[in-house]
Design a protein around this ligand. Sequence first.
Ligand code: FMN
Length: 438
Amino acid sequence: MTRQIHLGLFMQGTGNHVAGWRLPGAHASFQDIDVCVSLARTAERGKFDILFAGDGYGVRAGSHPSQAARLQPLPMFSALAMVTKHIGLGATASTTYNDPYTVARGYATLDHISKGRAAWNAVTTAQPEAGLVFGRQHPNHAERYEVANEFIAVVKQLWDCWEDDAIPADRDSGVYIEWDKIHAIDHKGKFFNVQGALNLGRSPQGHPVILQAGGSEAGQTLAAATADVVFAVVQDFDESRESYKALKQRVVAAGRDPDAVCSMPGVMPIVAETDAAARQQLNMLQNFVDDSVSIKMLASRVGINVTRDDLDKPLSIDFEIPGSSHGFSRTLRNKAMRDGMTVRELYNLVAAARGHLVICGSPKTIADEFEKWFTGRACDGFIVLPAYFPGAFDDFVDMVVPELQRRGLYRHDYTGVTLRDHLGLPRPDGPYTAKTGR
Ligand SMILES: Cc1cc2nc3c(=O)[nH]c(=O)nc-3n(C[C@H](O)[C@H](O)[C@H](O)COP(=O)(O)O)c2cc1C
């Protein structure tokens, strides 16, 4: 089958640009389910593979509005499952602040509700404040990943407890469940002890799709071993080709098929009829940015602490990679060094798309870039971050999607049923299916 671009929508009701909600007519809420429904419907109109919603814990003054006030992803996606038919539903849940049984059950439930469209973005949670709301010490980076490895392994075992045909519900014989087709797990690990089975039959996808977004060494190793989709943070084509190649090599080293892992970097497309009009739109959005918010974002994303007075000073690139998120800080630091940026330039970059790549231009310009990155093997698709909703997303779906379709790079319609079908990923056999040949 011809390789085609995969697209995901990064849902942020107030827009992915930190000041997107300030544009007249833009949605200004991520806690209004009607806003979420409208985003989902537009994404499905654009034949997107997946919707994605992030998550965290607690509130930090000055954070992005859609990260401060948002619906919890799993229940939000349960609602969206009922008003969509095709699109994948990617909900974030932390491996540091959950337990495997609850997560396995919750995502298997979403997979049943949506008839095979659930995905779990397994994050380790970078922000130390998260520990406070749970009354726990936030573990360090290495421990968070050690926990995540065990956590995901347990979740997968729980998803496999039931053989696919364990519920015959045979009225004639009176057999509802074949109990010998339910296999309790007996996991005694460093962080988790889980004995028993999930109280839910195997889900339509077997395993809901697993997303991973860690850019550190430990994050990439975990992704190569366990993830189906990897979200990347990119700023440079050549650098991305290298990391794409490195990821696929890691996947092979983990004993997996390199095509079974799909790499999708985040991109904010600012699209207008002409390149000049798109540039003007970006400038207008940047003018709405509040200094205090961007300065906080610089600190959390890049690990650089500045005040308003520092903005026009040259950037000292001699800053430490913070222990929170390696992926963002490394990519942004490399970009700043490569381009000899000032503090203000880096600040503007972080303010626009929180560190993700911004591509600005006409539908042709945007499609050219997407084509270059995709055919040049720097990625398998993109997580699209519209600057504001609904306008910027409508523009993308109405202007860029048809251009990608015209070039044969993107589907005209859904051809499968489940999210695994859209992504071209096989449905994993359960271990018992493989053994008995069932
Ligand atoms: C596109 C994208 C989305 C992310 N979404 C979340 C999220 O919703 N919640 C979260 O805690 N971390 C999120 N992260 C952060 C990572 O999952 C990861 O925890 C963080 O980058 C630290 O890992 P690292 O040091 O391996 O990069 C996201 C990262 C990327 C690139």
